[in-house]
Design a protein. Structure first.
Length: 384
């Protein structure tokens, strides 16, 4: 009887250990084989969290393009099954630990419509790959600086497509295939419905612009808009006035249960980032709610979006996943209207329910008085 009890206890202990999973702390590494014969080495550093669970940092880089580690959102081990989620890039990994020595994981990486095989091996001091240091953060302009473009070139675009509006690490503005209406929309944070007047060419003629600021560092949003507005005045001879007009809008407000996103105060004067986020998703970084509304009205929704959250200048990081419907644009890898979800993946809700469920906000259609930008005079750009 004693032997039977002992065996029962031993089996129960073994079953419990299998259920809880094995210890996978350490450095794991493997190579993703991407389409086009491209290889991407990946590293996962796993350690114990203060709470008793696991925490991890994910590195996905090439030797020539180092980048910072990405915090893993969740990592669980149940028996031999390892599951990892990285919301910041919309990636997931699921694999099985080897049954013999638990030094390898055979699994699948998913970040988009096509899952890719990814096998990881436990590294030691001799076999671990050296991770390049990430580049230092770009220098930002002084908050009290009032920059202008020291040099700006404006040329007719030769490309058939490929819209772009970016600021690089040195603070230089670079646009591709931008119309004057695009430039006005971005420079004054307007929805196209808020812009009236102007000749027909201001919606059709496209330009490539390069602007070098006279002040060192990356400008804030307000500084960038101020420089772009002066460029429009100096080179396009833009003159306008504003009027108030009641328009159909979308109002962004806080839901009954409060917001579900975390504030990030690490870079209050930095530019916001909108991009990535995996399939049918958007990764938002360092953005105020007003800037988030500007993005929605410029890229996703068919009406102006008004910030009524009362959150002011607070900045946030979050990932939003939704399924476009009707006029919504498939931004950030979102699924085009009518396209099926990837195998094994449930399609996310529409933008309105996604904002409510994932962020804690409400996005409602209403009417409100908004500024309308009336063009009085404009000319084609002067020579460089």
């Amino acid at each position: 009887m004693k032997k039977l009890v002992f065996c029962t206890i031993a089996l129960a202990a073994l079953a419990a250990s299998l259920l809880l999973g094995q210890d996978i702390t350490g450095t794991w590494q493997g190579t993703l084989h991407l389409p086009g014969n491209r290889d991407l080495r990946t590293v996962l550093k796993v350690s114990k969290a203060d709470s008793g669970g696991l925490k991890a940092t994910f590195y996905s880089y090439s030797i020539d393009q180092p980048g910072p580690g990405i915090p893993v959102g969740s990592i669980t081990v149940q028996g031999s099954t390892v599951k990892i989620a990285i919301p910041a890039i919309g990636g997931t990994y699921e694999g099985k630990l080897s049954n013999t020595d638990a030094t390898s994981i055979t699994g699948t990486w998913t970040q988009g419509p096509t899952p890719l095989p990814l096998d990881l091996a436990l590294a030691n001091d001799k076999t671990a790959w050296a991770i390049p240091d990430p580049p230092p953060p770009p220098k930002t302009m002084s908050a009290d600086a009032k920059p202008e473009f020291d040099v700006a070139t404006i040329k007719p675009s030769q490309a058939a497509e490929g819209f772009g509006f970016t600021v690089n690490r040195s603070g230089m503005l670079i646009t591709h295939n931008t119309t004057l209406k695009d430039l006005i929309k971005i420079s004054y944070s307007l929805h196209p419905h808020q812009i009236t007047g102007g000749p027909s060419w201001f919606e059709t003629d496209k330009y490539d612009i390069t602007g070098k600021p006279d002040t060192e560092g990356v400008p804030s949003i307000k500084q960038l808009m101020s420089m772009a507005q002066k460029l429009l005045t100096d080179r396009f001879q833009l003159k306008f006035h504003r009027e108030k007009k009641e328009l159909k809008v979308y109002a962004l407000t806080i839901g009954k249960l409060g917001i579900k996103i975390t504030e990030d105060s690490s870079n209050p004067n930095g530019l916001p980032g909108f991009g990535g986020g995996g399939p049918r998703g958007l990764n938002v970084r360092n953005a105020t709610m007003a800037e988030f509304c500007d993005f929605l009205q410029a890229n996703v929704l068919d009406e102006p979006v008004v910030d009524q959250t009362g959150l002011g200048t607070k900045r946030y990081n979050f990932v939003l996943k939704w399924t476009p419907d009707g006029p919504q644009s498939p931004v950030g890898g979102a699924r085009p209207e009518g396209a099926p979800a990837a195998d094994g993946q449930e399609a996310p809700p529409d933008i309105y329910l996604a904002v409510q469920q994932q962020l804690g906000f409400k996005l409602e259609s209403t009417k409100a008085p908004v500024d309308v930008f009336v063009i009085d005079h404009v000319e084609k750009p002067s020579d460089n």
